[in-house]
Design a protein around this ligand. Structure first.
Ligand code: GDP
Length: 200
């Protein structure tokens, strides 16, 4: 397999509801998070070029899972549950918060997080929570301001600058993206390559 195209090798591995169900903590993993409807499934599909890989599920219960996809060479993508569903009961949300926090704190193979945000919305409380967990665990993050095709170039650029200024952290990259138009794919792939292919 061509090492420059490892994302095309993605295959579904398993869904985990609890920490004990996670695949062995070996190799390298990159996680994807975001508010429901921000376009997480579309982004994963765009990178892997497999249309139905991260199937869009609008049923809250079914999203309470981490879906793992394997890539060649003991590498994985972890599709974290989309958040922001008003209908999810508080107890379920709290349990998921605990599981995710533990995942961030303990996962040795986790090398980075891609946080998908709708460019037309501000960072949500849950997005901020994700950023905080990454910060305390020294996990690098890249924020994708997705659906950039919905804004003019200059409006997208302004949002980019505003978010960058707001974050102001070295460990967090921010970029414009459109899963629909494939805008920002090279930047995203460079980031993923950095995490997956370069030894540290
Ligand atoms: P998820 O809930 O975060 O997995 O979001 P989905 O990938 O299911 O996308 C939610 C909706 O946004 C769908 O209707 C997608 O077609 C749409 N969508 C996702 N990415 C883009 C994008 O870059 N541009 C536009 N215009 N729509 C997008």
């Amino acid at each position: 397999m061509n090492e420059t195209n490892i994302y095309r090798s993605a295959e579904f591995l398993l869904s985990a509801n609890k920490i004990v169900q996670l695949p062995p903590d070996q190799g390298k993993e990159v996680a994807f998070a975001g508010r429901s409807n921000a376009g997480k499934s579309s982004v994963i599909n765009t990178i892997t070029n497999i249309k139905s890989l991260a199937r869009t599920s609008k049923i809250p219960g079914r999203t309470q899972l981490i879906n793992f996809f394997t890539l060649v060479g003991n590498r994985r993508l972890a599709d974290l549950p989309g958040y922001g569903f008003a209908k999810v009961p508080v107890k379920v949300r709290q349990q998921w918060g605990k599981t995710l926090r533990m995942y961030f704190e303990t996962r040795q193979s986790l090398h980075g997080l891609i946080l998908i945000v709708d460019i037309r919305r501000e960072l949500s409380e849950e997005d901020e929570q994700m950023l905080e967990w990454c910060r305390v665990n020294y996990l690098p993050v890249r924020i994708l301001l997705n659906k950039a095709d919905k804004l003019s170039y200059s409006a997208a650029k302004q949002t980019l600058l505003r978010v960058r200024q707001r974050i102001g952290e070295q460990n967090v990259g921010v970029q414009i993206f459109s899963a629909l138009k494939k805008t920002g794919m090279d930047e995203l792939q460079n980031q993923l390559d950095g995490w997956f292919l370069i030894e540290k």
